[in-house]
Design a protein around this ligand. Sequence first.
Ligand code: ADP
Ligand code: MG
Length: 290
Amino acid sequence: MFDFVCGMELEGETEFRVASAGRDYFFCSTHCRDEFAADVETFLKTEPIIALEGVHKTYELGSGGAVPVLRGLSMRVYPGDLVALVGPSGSGKSTAMNIIGTLDTPTSGRVRVLGKDISGLSETALSDLRSKDIGFVFQQFNLIPSLTAIENVMLPRMIRGQAGPETKKRASELLASVGLAARSGHRPMQMSGGEQQRVAIARAFMNDPPIILADEPTGNLDSSTSGKIIDLLVDLWQKHRKTIIIVTHDPHVASHAMRVLSFEDGRLMRNHGLAEKSIWSRRGHDKAGV
Ligand code: ADP
Ligand code: MG
């Protein structure tokens, strides 16, 4: 059993393996494998922005039992990727997202975010990484009820002591970019679920982080509102070239994503051909200046 990890060196046999210069590389789909084979050099030069290697997470229960949730998860995400995580409820998607977002720690295995091994970081360094480099979007929106829309968007800077006019200007531009310019003085209670999630998305972009993690951002929304939220995230991703990981079953994401990674029992199963685009072809476009 092997994870399909887009280019990690692992031991074992799979149809997605490519041997190059004496090393074995593994891919999530034949498409990624073929793109790799066409441009090995670019691949080898590019550092993943997020890399999990052999990550295990086991929850110890008070009764003495243990629940293994992640069982040797390995995956790589490259700068500018839009990755969709799918899989049944309880398969470990949120646990993986929380570990990537440094909100939780693995029981064993290695996690690198932006080139840093996060197990070696102090609590201060982790909180710095979370606030500067990662934007979170949650299923429950997680807005502060007593703050207005614009104050909620400003929050990631306010907590770092930066509540000046520049912060306000940026928050207001972000609210406009999610279509809520007219709602900046409204509190969450006065807004629909879709509008609250737009505010939360604007907040995630406040510090201009390179990474956005969205865990079932449309899980509490009706299907037409969900479609609009997903379109908004895809649109922002195209404009800002962030690295975005979205846990979702929405087919919109699958059609835009570089890769769709399927979780099952705390491991990655192979991409079942949902995503036929990949970072490799996009890099090709970048090189040509498109
Ligand atoms: P998903 O997001 O794919 O639905 P999760 O990562 O939330 O899955 O959870 C995976 C499994 O881990 C579930 O069986 C869940 O009950 C268990 N789990 C999550 N958090 C805890 C915890 N704090 N203590 C014990 N079990 C947990
Ligand atoms: Mg979940």
